[in-house]
Ligand binder design. Structure first.
Ligand code: B4P
Length: 191
């Protein structure tokens, strides 16, 4: 089994690059952002609760997200591996994920961290907001999401650095160039 975390600030290209990685390496994609948006669209109790946080650029509470991940792992018992996209976003989530995977004897193999400057992040997210209509892609909410990232999510990269799992990847350039760098890091790890 091969388990990969794709890490980075909002708009760093996690969702974009995950699509390429799952195709090439045949991994199951778990995106907490996608799962939460689908719950919001379905109007489920979880979605109604999550929307309050997402619309303000805040992280959804850990216990909600950890419960979602635990169910997804149980739904996919015999797979080649997972790509975790947008999860973990807090150190508590990272510890919970380690516990869930240790229990299954399939730890995280590699964490790929996309490095993108703040001006580029804002440009990308504002442009995505114009085409997608996502309620969290306007300037005010984007600023809050980036602040939330620095306060709560960026310590996750230190957590994985301490565990010797972190590889930093330049996340600016064309989608193809960045995918080539990600593939190189994955291939080096698999070989
Ligand atoms: P996510 O859905 O995870 O979204 P994201 O961080 O905004 O985007 P991503 O990094 O995937 O960027 P993308 O590829 O789309 O989170 C949304 C919200 O859900 C969070 O704010 C939070 O409230 C909640 N949430 C999710 N997970 C959570 C968790 N674990 N705990 C608590 N709350 C959680 O790229 C962005 C744009 O850039 C796209 O338009 C793309 O086309 C463009 N782009 C990508 N690569 C590019 C490149 N190389 N050059 C130019 N443009 C590029």
């Amino acid at each position: 089994m091969f388990n990969l975390v794709l890490f980075g600030p909002p708009g760093s290209g996690k969702g974009t690059q995950s699509t390429n990685i799952i195709d090439k390496y045949n991994l199951v994609h778990i995106s907490t952002g996608d799962i939460l948006r689908s719950e919001v669209n379905n109007g489920s109790p979880l979605g109604v609760e999550a929307k309050k946080y997402m619309d303000q650029g805040m992280l959804v509470p850990d216990e909600v997200v950890i419960g979602m991940i635990s169910s997804k792992l149980d739904e996919n018992p015999d797979v080649k591996g997972f790509i975790f996209d947008g999860f973990p976003r807090t150190v508590a989530q990272a510890e919970a994920l380690d516990n869930l995977l240790d229990f299954k004897n399939n730890p995280i193999d590699i964490v790929l961290s996309l490095l993108v400057g703040e001006a580029e992040l804002k440009t990308r997210l504002i442009s995505r907001g114009e085409s997608s209509g996502r309620s969290d892609d306007n300037e005010e909410v984007i600023t809050k999401r980036i602040k939330e990232y620095h306060a709560k999510t960026s310590p996750v990269s230190d957590y994985y650095k301490r565990n010797n799992k972190l590889s930093e990847i330049k996340g600016e350039g064309t989608v193809e160039q960045i995918f080539a760098l990600l593939s190189e890091a994955i291939d080096a790890h698999i070989e």
